[in-house]
Design a protein around this ligand. Structure first.
Ligand code: CDP
Length: 234
């Protein structure tokens, strides 16, 4: 988990009453970048929950575990040798921060994320990031399942075309090959899988601030979330 503070908390640490800003939304909606910047602005911790599903998927791909082998995947998630140091994510001591961003790993992540035992195994670790002075968490089920008492819930979206363009730019910048037509198809498949699954499907939580960022700059989105946070906290 990327973390705005120096050290990541111990897995399994009891959650406390620290405030949470939960930011959910579909793939490539800009959640990660926005959540990281909101956390930096407030000096809060940051949880990139998708990274955990991506690391689990990468470990499965490397071990040759089939993406529908629920038992093996659950065991893998429970024993995942993952560590987070600032923005660096390690799997078994190896830096995998860049590799987990590959499109095929994202796609595999959305398949392992449909398995209840995997979600359960990763849930405790995600909750352990809730520490004072506060947590900004991004994912699919931050507001609906992991932190239903979050004091601010944001549902961040953008048009499919806009998200495909953003993801294309991001992948090219990271040195991966990508093209818009296949990204359009891949993102819409992932939207469907994440929204239609039985467990923790992607949906806007009740009372969430819904932001469609299609026509907005990152700065504008950031400001509206920070303003709403201050408004709610007097
Ligand atoms: O970066 P992108 O938005 O494409 O994906 P991500 O946030 O890194 O998440 C990868 C996949 O993990 C998603 O497509 C979801 O299926 C799954 N995921 C989830 O089920 N629950 C979360 N809280 C976060 C991610």
């Amino acid at each position: 988990m990327k973390h705005s503070a120096a050290a990541a908390p111990e897995p399994g640490a009891a959650p406390d009453g620290a405030p949470v800003i939960a930011i959910d939304g579909p793939t490539a909606s800009g959640k990660g970048e926005i959540a990281r910047r909101v956390a930096a602005r407030l000096g809060w911790h940051y949880l990139d929950s998708g990274a955990l599903y991506r690391v689990t998927a990468l470990a499965a791909l490397r071990a040759g575990i089939a993406l529908d082998d629920e038992e093996a995947l659950a065991r893998l998630a429970r024993e995942l040798p993952v560590t987070f140091a600032g923005a660096r994510i390690e799997l078994g001591g190896q830096d995998v921060s860049a590799e987990i961003r590959r499109q095929e790993v994202g796609s595999a992540a959305s398949q392992v994320a449909t398995i209840g035992a995997v979600r359960e195994a990763l849930g405790g670790l995600q909750r352990s990031f809730r520490r004072p002075p506060g947590l900004v968490a991004d994912g699919r089920d931050m507001a609906t399942v992991l932190f239903p008492d979050a004091h601010l819930k944001v549902f961040l979206t953008a048009s499919l075309e806009c998200r495909a363009e953003r993801r294309h730019k991001q992948l090219i910048e990271k040195g991966f090959s990508a093209n818009i037509p296949s990204l359009l198809q891949e993102l819409s498949e992932r939207d469907a899988r994440d929204s239609n699954r039985a467990l923790a499907p992607l949906r806007s939580a009740q009372g969430a601030l819904v932001i469609d960022s299609t026509q907005m700059t990152i700065e504008k989105v950031l400001e509206s979330i920070v303003q709403e946070h201050h408004r709610r906290n007097g």
